[in-house]
Ligand binder design. Structure first.
Ligand code: TRP
Ligand code: SF4
Length: 330
């Protein structure tokens, strides 16, 4: 039997997910569960590094779990758990804190961006965010981390932490590779910026189909098509970028031709997209309803995920402490 390589990725607990999350990352992760030993952790400890409402946090974590499991991160195929349920992440984070120079942290792009936004509330937690992320990854000695382009710097940082630790205390952590997903960058329904919940330009994965249609129907297409008889250009149309996510090759060709010859109207074109999108989303929404009806099953899956993760995490922390001269039994 060949040993499967291990991957780990972190899921922000931002509540229910949208199709940008799905086609940008989750769909790819689901594919990876076939060939890799996969760990996915809902990073609640990262989520509290910026201002947030404690009354809403439980719900955000729970919805992220339900949605991601329904979308295919099935606990029978991967290890999925909540970060704070495996306290060893913060323990390793402390050990790694003590091998990381401060200057490097304040130079991280994401820290600079977020601290601009936070202003009065730039915490030590926000500064140390990348060390906790390094701990998330190194604690499982992950071979690779599937992330978006925006996390490349945090991954490079993680490898540096590993090298620094190994250099000082002896070879222990493998350097994880960055797996930049071939996921799509999905634009918002406004066509103006990347799909995001905070900009309220999103299509939810488990959103009611009627509500989705109400967003699609008035959505902008190629603005050069003022009338049904005007020819259009799919490359200038946000709806066409959506088609590429779900519409089969043959139908895509028909749309390209139909659009350029004004043979197809935008409303009909949107309907075709809607039908194809529903083929992906309907089963996810149904699974999500099933899970919601049996919350105890989900809770048990998360507990089991944490138990499995913890066994490995405890082992790594023991090993790291021993190398650092922190003898555990006198
Ligand atoms: N920082 C990541 C993000 O914003 C989330 C994250 C936390 C993560 N820990 C991780 C990603 C470990 C990959 C591996 O998306
Ligand atoms: Fe966009 Fe389709 Fe309308 Fe062409 S026909 S502009 S691709 S919605």
């Amino acid at each position: 039997m060949t040993i499967r390589k291990r991957i780990l990725s972190g899921i922000q607990p931002s509540g229910t997910i949208h199709i940008g999350n799905y086609f940008g990352a989750i769909e790819n992760w689901v594919r990876l569960t076939k060939d890799y030993d996969c760990f996915f952790t809902i990073v609640d400890y990262h989520a509290i590094t910026v201002q947030y409402d404690p009354a809403l946090m439980q719900k955000r974590i729970w919805e992220a779990a339900l949605d991601n499991i329904a979308a295919g991160l099935d606990p029978s195929r991967c290890t999925i758990f909540v970060q704070s349920h495996v306290p060893e992440h913060t323990e390793l984070c402390w050990l790694l804190n003590c091998v990381t120079p401060m200057g490097e942290l304040s130079r991280m792009t994401q820290f600079k961006e977020k601290s601009e936004r936070e202003r009065e509330n730039v915490t030590a937690g926000l500064l140390n965010y990348p060390i906790l992320q390094a701990a998330d990854i190194l604690i499982y000695k992950a071979d690779a981390v599937p992330v978006g382009e925006d996390q490349a710097q945090h991954l490079e940082f993680t490898r540096e932490v590993a090298r620094r630790f190994n250099g000082r205390f002896g070879e222990f952590f493998p350097e994880p590779a960055t797996l930049i997903g071939r996921g799509a960058r999905v634009m918002g329904i406004d066509g103006a910026s990347k799909m995001s919940k905070s900009l309220d330009n999103h299509i939810g994965v488990v959103e009611d189909p009627e509500a989705i249609w109400e967003k699609l129907r008035p959505a902008k297409t190629d603005e050069a098509r003022k009338r049904r008889s005007d020819p259009g250009s799919p490359d200038r149309c946000n709806i066409f970028s959506y088609h590429k996510l779900v519409t089969p090759e043959g139908q895509i060709e028909e749309i390209v031709k139909g659009c350029a010859e004004a043979g197809i109207g935008c409303l009909d074109c949107k309907k075709i997209f809607f039908v194809n999108l529903r083929k992906v989303l309907d089963p996810i929404r149904e699974r999500r309803m099933e899970l919601e009806a049996k919350p105890e099953l989900v809770r048990e899956a998360l507990r089991e995920g944490a138990r499995k993760a913890r066994t490995i995490a405890q082992d790594t922390v023991q090993g790291a402490k021993a190398l650092m001269g922190l003898v555990t039994d006198f």
